[in-house]
Design a protein around this ligand. Sequence first.
Ligand code: FNR
Length: 189
Amino acid sequence: MSSVKKVAVIVGSLRAESKTRLLAKAIIAEAPENLSFDFVEIGELALYNEDLETDTPPAAWTGFRKQISEADAVLFVTPEYNRSVPGALKNAIDVGSRPYGKAAYSGKPAAIVTASPGGIGGFGANHHLRQSLVFLNMPVLQQPEAYIGGLWEMFDEAGNVKSEDTRKFLKTIANGFSDLIKRTYHDLG
Ligand code: FNR
């Protein structure tokens, strides 16, 4: 039997009523039992500044780096801001990438799910984030690609996904990510 792998979940939106956060929860609900999930919050991370990279960096940075280090994999679920990644998420990438040579993200399998109220589904954010993850040496889920459109109509008042087809697609993403994690840790069979 496969061992349970820990997935850190990073949501690119900070707002309390974030639809993207609902989307992250919907993906988790479809995930197989060999994955466990913990949301890692990014809203309190000071903006990255190398001057703060001393023997005593900000406590929020240290806590964040520890949470990412202790995870086996990272799931990014984010909206697109101005055809790119929200600044808070880019900051979380930068904070977790240092000190140089000690990136908390390094080598961990990742999945990127972007979403948008419109039809493009955050394509620009998705691929900008992929560019950063190449540098961080993270194997990223390639297929299925996850550009989720119609974000504002996706959920009912209880926060459940309304469309059965969408729910099935989210399951495909979760299963694909699980397979990538198994392959990465040579955990198949
Ligand atoms: C947006 N939004 C947006 N949407 C999009 O599809 N492409 C874009 O480039 C942008 N740019 C953008 C910039 C800024 C500063 C904001 C605040 C919003 C709209 C965005 O997708 C929408 O607000 C989502 O609902 C945000 O996700 P949450 O907060 O609901 O998770």
